[in-house]
Design a protein around this ligand. Structure first.
Ligand SMILES: Nc1ncnc2c1ncn2[C@@H]1O[C@H](COP(=O)(O)OP(=O)(O)OP(=O)(O)O)[C@@H](O)[C@H]1O
Length: 680
């Protein structure tokens, strides 16, 4: 038999090398692989069974260059982020703002989408590509192999290497070369193994089995969409979220159930037969889906995967997934750690509310545990066996929110799916819907929501028929809704409807006695090893502001566990200051005018800086200390240093090196003026 051959053509040498090693890894040895880069020499004539172009443009370039091609077929590779390196991204502290740099607008956006789809949405991506008109001048950049395009403002570049071929392209290659079943199975196994290794790496870095599961799920989901493991009798050992959605429209847990009760006869034949197959079109729950089946080595279990339907369905699927933060209520009240008076009071109120059917509004800063409480309320309520859908409003534009929440009827708008679409409210029937970031919804959606709350019925977009739904609403926000009501950005009637049951979650800095318990809890959650934490660190933590609240504390512990050198976390393991949340940011322009109430000492310092400034004296640390001592306020220079840092972080002052010393900002001056007005 003649040896089959592949020729790969890419633009740069770097991409060529990466794609070559990927092909070597996945394509059996008996296929010969030859690679060229257009920036190097390409022969005038190329012969192969299959040519793979790394991009569309390259195909045109090759034909323009008049290169003679003797080949039966070609493929243009679809590319995705190289997940060998994604742990680098996973390790970036939450909420960090980064530039995503790529060569063109499209590739930049699709790289952002890839990373988000992999679940790496703990950081904020801003696009950058050559020729972009305006971009955010950030210090960190992530790039898939295009580090030479990174703009000057960037200080740290995380290069993920060029994007690799995606799983569909690899399947396509095998298809075109008529691989037999054995080889495709080998490939699937390899790919899965790779994914599992990547996830293990990530979780090792984070020391966290939960992270392992999350990333594993996300990566698997983004590649094969649905994944199901069944034993020889058809009992489900594992089903990921997508498969659960496919087999059980109410999205309840399907583990330990039998596939016989979940799919119809036709599909069951394929699920339970002794055959193994790749990408077979099978009708499951009313849709034709590409399905593969393979056996887990040394076990009686088989794995069934369904492919991501890239074309027809992907948009609406993706948007609903974006909107949905979770399908299951994961937490109970026992999972809410903390014994402070403040948190106990809130837990008690929440517990009482859970036994009622009232709508609940949870207010609290970001990371205080609003989602945790919503989940615990559902799990303690009479609806605990019903669905729980957590919806995040900040992810989507208004029109989509409306159709995803309330569904639409066939023909409601261009692109509406045949048969219409069931909205999340209908899916949550009999259960609870958690509407996170409720302050982000438009007035139009507010009006529709009000209707659900008042009448317990929904009207799908473009529909005429009203449908009754029985859903309990729990809403959450980190915005000041009352202020939004005053400013007419939030309907007052909706506000009062939501606020029938009300919980305010205190920020972490107001319940510092919980810090120790939380720290111990997070350590035990992250690692099975006996890791201690020094008292100095706890003391230090108790003096922090924790603007990112419990979430920030959790990621700090994760960080410290990852960098620690001994089994005790010490001050040396603390991240540097940049790691911690800062208050002033572009997203938070209002904070310029939102004053943090300052305690006596801080106020005295601020006042003193103004006095010195008024007298044309540079407010150095030394001068401020002396002037305060002079008026009987007993402070050391060291203490002043800490306080000045605090004032600077809140935007009241800026510290300058050298002679100029500390100066009041507009906000600082504004604060002092407002104090004078209040005093008058
Ligand atoms: N009291 C607590 N005990 C244990 N874990 C907590 C507690 N509070 C918050 N967490 C953890 O902190 C993280 C943030 O919590 P959660 O997502 O519920 O906050 P949130 O207020 O909904 O934040 P956002 O407004 O940003 O969505 C989660 O990982 C959660 O498990």
């Amino acid at each position: 038999m003649m040896q089959k051959s592949i020729v790969l053509i890419s633009g740069s040498r770097n991409t060529k090398d990466h794609l070559y090693s990927q092909l070597k890894e996945f394509i059996p040895e008996y296929i010969s692989i030859c690679c060229y880069a257009s920036e190097e020499n390409i022969p005038d004539e190329i012969s192969a069974d299959l040519i793979i172009y790394s991009s569309d443009n390259l195909k045109n370039e090759i034909s323009e260059r008049g290169i003679k091609l003797n080949c039966k077929d070609y493929i243009i590779s679809e590319r995705s982020i190289n997940f060998d390196y994604i742990e680098l991204v996973a390790n970036i502290p939450p909420k960090t703002e980064v530039l995503l740099v790529n060569d063109e607008k499209e590739t930049t956006y699709s790289s952002i989408e890839d990373l988000m789809e992999l679940g790496l949405n703990h950081i904020k991506y801003y696009p950058y590509y050559p020729g972009i008109e305006r971009y955010k001048k950030l210090k960190i950049a992530i790039t898939p192999g295009e580090s030479d395009k990174v703009p000057d403002c960037v200080e740290k570049v995380i290069d993920l290497g060029p994007r690799i071929m995606d799983i569909n392209t690899l399947y396509n290659i095998m298809d075109k070369l008529n691989f037999d079943n054995k080889d495709t199975r080998f490939f699937t196994k390899r790919y899965m193994q790779k994914i599992i290794n990547v996830s293990k790496n990530i979780s090792l870095v984070n020391n966290n089995i939960n992270t392992l599961n999350t990333y594993l799920n996300n990566i698997v989901d983004s590649l094969v969409n649905g994944i199901l493991v069944i034993d020889e009798n058809g009992y489900i050992k594992y089903a990921n979220e997508q498969m659960t959605k496919l087999l059980s429209p109410d999205k309840r847990n399907i583990e330990n159930r039998n596939v016989k009760n979940l799919v119809d006869k036709e599909a069951l034949k394929y699920f339970m037969s002794a055959d193994f197959y790749e990408n077979k079109d099978i009708e499951i729950s009313g849709s034709i889906i590409k399905t593969s089946k393979f056996k887990i080595p040394n076990s009686d279990n088989v794995v069934i995967t369904t492919s991501k339907e890239k074309k027809a369905n992907s948009k609406s699927k993706f948007t609903q997934d974006l909107l949905l933060k979770g399908h299951f209520a994961k937490y109970d009240f026992e999972d809410i750690i903390g014994n402070s008076y403040q948190i106990n009071e809130v837990k008690l109120t929440a517990f009482k509310l859970s036994k009622s059917e009232l709508t609940v509004l949870i207010e609290g800063e970001s990371g205080t545990g609003k989602e945790l409480f919503a989940s615990a309320i559902h799990n303690t309520s009479n609806r605990k066996d019903g669905p729980y859908l957590a919806v995040n409003f900040s992810a989507l534009p208004d029109e989509l929110i409306e159709s995803e929440l309330f569904g639409y009827e066939e023909g409601a708008f261009t692109g509406a799916k045949k048969g219409g679409k069931i909205g999340l409210f209908e899916l949550a029937d009999g259960g609870t819907i958690f509407l996170d970031e409720i302050g982000d919804i438009s007035l139009k959606v507010q009006t529709k929501l009000l209707r659900v709350l008042q009448e317990k019925e929904i009207m799908p977009v473009g529909g005429t028929k009203i449908k009754s739904v029985d859903v309990r609403v729990i809403a959450a926000t980190n915005k000041d809704l009352r202020k939004m009501v005053k400013e007419k950005q939030f309907r007052s009637d909706l506000y009062y409807r939501l606020k029938i049951g009300y919980i305010h979650l205190p920020p972490l800095r107001e319940r510092i006695s919980d810090i120790k318990d939380l720290v111990e809890y997070f350590i035990s959650k992250e690692t099975s090893k006996k890791v201690k934490i020094s008292k100095e660190v706890i003391d230090e933590f108790e003096s922090y502001k924790w603007l990112g609240n419990v979430r920030e504390l959790e990621s700090t512990i994760k960080y410290m566990l990852a960098v620690r050198t001994t089994d005790t976390l010490t001050l040396d393991d603390l991240p540097d200051k940049k790691f911690f949340e800062e208050e002033v940011g572009e997203d938070n322009c209002d904070s310029d005018y939102e004053f943090k109430i300052l305690s006596g000492e801080l106020l005295s310092i601020l006042n003193m800086i103004k006095k010195l400034e008024d007298n044309n004296i540079n407010a150095s640390r030394e001068k401020i200390t002396k002037a305060l001592n002079d008026i009987g306020i007993d402070v050391t220079e060291n203490k002043i240093r800490t306080k000045l840092n605090y004032l600077e972080e809140y935007g009241y002052i800026t510290k300058n090196r050298g002679k100029k010393g500390t100066v009041l900002t507009r906000k600082g001056l504004g604060y002092l003026n407002s104090m004078i007005l209040e005093g008058e």
